[in-house]
Design a protein around this ligand. Sequence first.
Ligand code: NI
Length: 171
Amino acid sequence: MAVREILTVPDPRLKLVSKPVEGVDDALRALMDDMVETMYDANGIGLAAIQVGVDKRVIVMDLSDDRNDPKFFVNPVITPLTEDAKPYQEGCLSVPDVFDDVDRPIEVKVEYLDYDGERREEIATDLFAVCIQHEMDHLEGIVFIDYLSRLKRERAVKKVQKLVRARAATV
Ligand code: NI
């Protein structure tokens, strides 16, 4: 397992639409293991493959308090189960240090293949619903700041670029 570099905005790869995975094999599991390690290293709760530069429809997530219950979503499909939406203050490892409210449906159905390639279906509510919809957006080339006003988005991108430059200067 290895920690991979996380792409940050405005990297054009974050705009790519990720491609379906043909099957869950050892190579894909190695990618998913790296993604989990990368997510833990960055203190995140979710990560999409495109955030480490791989345009495959793969998401990892861990919403547990002890950070020891990773979940894997391959070729996920989500269906909103309600029109009720609620704002939640979101952040993203590709937009470090920026947080803002995004409205999303509060309950969705998630269908996906798991780490072993088994087909699964779950109902997501609360933080799980927010997180899976945020990560699904990454698979479509959408980052949460795309929902904000142009002014806020431009300000966020500038802040991230400054942060990335500062980090590069310290190593
Ligand atoms: Ni994100």
